[in-house]
Design a binder for this molecule. Structure first.
Ligand code: SF4
Length: 397
């Protein structure tokens, strides 16, 4: 495997392009690729084309030309994460004795920071896996059954805005399907850019294509996972429905949007006050944790993302000298959300079918086996990657 330097010199990032090509050339393997929400906001920046030539449909068409058998959407598994994490939150909240908030756990940079800096608080992390890992577990169980193949025949590639996702996919205890690994290889948006260049692919000449079904159906709530505040907003939309049986206005929780490093809001859901905080950047995460532990602030549910602005500004995204693009990319995700017919994770028909046909219901025995993890079952060895995520100045605003 090759190692390349991070353009900002903060870390060494593994290059896994060769593993992707090896799988694409293997006639025995079924190659399945998932694309994270934030990737679609930045995948074509290198060509400086306008937004009409950098669409999600052209990204899907490009991945088909590169040779993937099935092109799926991490927005699907972001919706699944909401179903599991939202249910987990409501169960804890309804018990009424939460000493500390439930912390989101879909950002591996944040999870490693928590484990190394606040080990006594790890038990308050949500056990729900990240969308990347939920996708891998579902692809190699439910989807392998649909195809009628051995899960090890499926080679699962992730395209992520994130270098830390490479580490996450390799945590032994996070792999729960019957296959050797749930996610086989993770490449970043920058690595996708390199593949498109190497293929000499003029994607502007292609026709738009849709994600494959059923793991390619995602909601607007899934799309905003790629921006700070998006996980919280998506979770609150579905938590409101689960409590009241009615959908809220999808923009009811928009006060958690924006690039401020530490945001807080209070919401009334059926007479219950829910106090939430949304933090991005590890320096802000440290200030938040110290305040929570001292008792200066009290929340019920907290979203933390290691990168300022969330995944749209992730360490695997294209770097533009002197430009900070997290905010502009995040706006594109809000545009996608507003343009969607589906704006609630719980209304995603592929998610409903997955529960009806396979998982039964959120937090079921099988859902726990495939979609949840024990964060305390692995240690945090120091590596260039952890050095990166522990460098608060790198991520802080
Ligand atoms: Fe990765 Fe950064 Fe997103 Fe966390 S916030 S998942 S470290 S890109």
């Amino acid at each position: 495997q090759c190692i390349t330097h991070c353009p900002v010199g903060a870390l060494m990032v593994r290059n896994d392009i060769d593993k992707v090509y090896k799988a694409l050339e293997d006639p025995e393997l079924i190659t399945v690729v998932q694309v994270a929400p934030a990737v679609r906001t930045a995948w074509a920046e290198f060509l400086n084309v306008d937004d009409s030539h950098a669409t999600t449909g052209l990204m899907v068409a490009s991945l088909k030309r590169i040779g993937f058998d099935y092109v799926f959407d991490t927005n699907f598994s972001a919706d699944l994460t909401i179903m599991e994490e939202g249910t987990e939150f409501l169960e804890l909240y309804s018990e009424g004795n939460m000493k500390y908030p439930l912390f989101t756990s879909c950002c591996p940079g944040w999870v490693r920071f928590m484990k190394s800096q606040y080990p006594d608080m790890v038990k308050y992390l949500s056990t729900s896996k990240s969308p990347q890992q939920m996708f891998g577990a579902v692809a190699k169980s439910y989807y392998a059954d649909i195809l009628g193949v051995n899960p090890n025949k499926i080679f699962c590639v992730s395209i992520m805005p994130c270098s830390a996702k490479k580490h996450e996919a390799g945590i032994p205890s996070i792999n729960d399907s019957q296959a050797d690994r749930d996610v086989d290889v993770v490449i970043t948006t920058r690595e996708l850019e390199k593949i498109i260049k190497a293929e000499n692919l003029d994607f502007t000449m292609l026709k738009e294509e849709s994600f494959d079904s059923p793991l390619g159906i995602g909601s607007g709530a899934g799309a905003i996972f790629g921006v700070t505040g998006g996980v919280m907003e998506a979770a609150l939309r579905s938590a409101y429905f689960l409590v009241t049986g009615k959908n809220p206005d999808p923009d009811s929780f928009k006060s958690v949007r924006g690039n401020k490093g530490w945001k807080e809001s209070k919401f009334n859901i059926d007479g219950n006050q829910v106090n939430v905080a949304v933090v991005s950047g590890l320096g802000n995460a440290r200030k938040l944790m110290d305040s929570i532990i001292k008792g200066d602030v009290k929340y019920d549910f907290v979203e933390v993302m290691a990168c300022p602005g969330g995944c749209s500004g992730g360490g695997g995204q294209p770097i533009r000298e002197g430009m900070e693009l997290a905010s502009a990319r995040g706006e594109k995700l809000y545009d996608i959300d507003r343009s969607m017919y589906l704006r609630y994770s719980h209304e995603n028909p592929s998610i409903k079918k997955l529960y009806d046909d396979y998982l039964e219901k959120p937090s079921s025995h099988l859902a726990h086996k495939l979609l949840h993890t024990d964060h305390e079952s692995w240690d945090t060895p120091l590596s260039p990657l952890i050095t990166m995520v522990q460098d608060e100045n790198f991520f802080d605003e």
